[in-house]
Design a protein around this ligand. Structure first.
Ligand SMILES: NC(=O)c1ccc[n+]([C@@H]2O[C@H](COP(=O)([O-])OP(=O)(O)OC[C@H]3O[C@@H](n4cnc5c(N)ncnc54)[C@H](OP(=O)(O)O)[C@@H]3O)[C@@H](O)[C@H]2O)c1
Length: 306
């Protein structure tokens, strides 16, 4: 019989998004003791207030903690990227991560591991190139953000912490992210490929994201950058077909690149039209078992009954 895993004490920052919610569900199922950092009035002893904007965080929150998971940052898709929105996207991530690492430095009981969010935007727009964790960074705003964000997280390595930089791909969840934006169009039969549709989308089911984050906390051999994507990246055209098939709707209305740029500006180029063919090399090398390795079953699961 497999020995029971010891119960974990974890602090999570930025837990109110789809990734944080999925992670909290799994941690709770596993009986972990979770403390959430919140930017509002706490609702109980399991919540602790922090304010990354003014640099307020009591380092005592880390007493007796095994792991810190950092998911905080202003949404990258909520608004058009004006220069001030770009600054806030970058600053909110750098500021939050810096505050967490500085607070850990001031505690006597350093958690063993920091799992800090990053994104496959790190790689930029790379056509058909196969990208693993050893691939160099690319160009563009999101790559700059990911590089600055990861550099802040890496400061914790100097304190002897194991640092995992979770380079999330396109996270598919029922309750947020790209799927929630696309579904109304596809359900109405108004879906279709974006631009040429040849760009690679490296996706992952939310259940697998949560499992990867827990593995990153528990597996002491996992460190450095980790691509958090499924093993089956798809082109946007394939993604469109799979989503239409899961919903049993047509999806023939191609959205031209110029229309996307008109509506979204640079965000369209970097988020919808950029091509990132990313493989989860490190997870595969450690034998991580994806629950949803194929796109169509993953989409069927996420769109069923809704
Ligand atoms: N979802 C994806 O497909 C995807 C892909 C690549 C990377 N990521 C990254 O992974 C992380 C988690 O993503 P997600 O989609 O679950 O959540 P999200 O909706 O992008 O937001 C992350 C969390 O950050 C906190 N936050 C919002 N504005 C903030 C600010 N100005 N300063 C500090 N914290 C702020 C919020 O949590 P509280 O309200 O609890 O503080 C929010 O729930 C994000 O940093 C995101 O950029 C996500």
């Amino acid at each position: 019989m497999r020995a029971k895993e010891p119960s974990l004490r974890v602090v999570v920052a930025g837990a109110s998004g789809p990734i944080g919610r999925a992670l909290l569900r799994v941690l709770q199922e596993q009986g972990a003791e979770v403390r959430r950092l919140v930017r509002r009035t706490p609702k109980g002893p399991h919540e602790v207030v922090w304010d990354p904007e003014v640099g307020a965080l009591d380092p005592e929150v880390f007493d007796g903690t095994d792991a810190l998971v950092n998911l905080a940052g202003r949404s990258i898709a909520a608004r058009r990227w004006t220069p001030s929105v770009q600054r806030e996207i970058l600053d909110s991530r750098v500021r939050s991560t810096r505050l967490l690492v500085d607070a850990v430095r001031r505690t006597s009981a350093t958690p063993a591991v920091l799992v800090s969010a990053s994104a496959i935007g790190y790689y930029g727009d790379r056509g058909d190139e196969v990208l693993d964790e050893s691939s160099p960074p690319g160009r563009g705003f999101l790559s700059q953000v990911a590089q600055a964000w990861e550099a802040e997280a890496r400061r914790a390595e100097r304190m002897g912490m194991r640092v995992v930089r979770a380079r999330f791909g396109i996270v598919l969840a029922r309750d947020g992210g790209v799927l929630r934006t696309m579904l109304p169009f596809f359900r109405a039969g108004l879906g279709g490929p974006l631009g040429s549709g040849h760009q690679w989308w490296s996706w992952i089911h939310g259940d697998d994201v949560a499992a990867v984050l827990v593995a990153a906390v528990r597996d002491a051999s996992l460190e450095g950058p980790v691509n958090v994507v499924s093993p089956a990246a798809a082109t946007n055209r394939e993604f469109t077909r799979a989503l239409a098939s899961a919903l049993r709707r047509p999806a023939v209305l191609r959205v031209p690149a110029f229309a996307l740029r008109l509506a979204g500006g640079a965000m369209a180029d970097e988020m919808m039209l950029a091509s990132q063919r990313v493989v989860p090399r490190k997870l595969q090398a450690r034998g991580f078992q994806f629950r949803w390795p194929e796109l169509e079953p993953a989409l069927r699961d996420l769109t069923s009954g809704a």
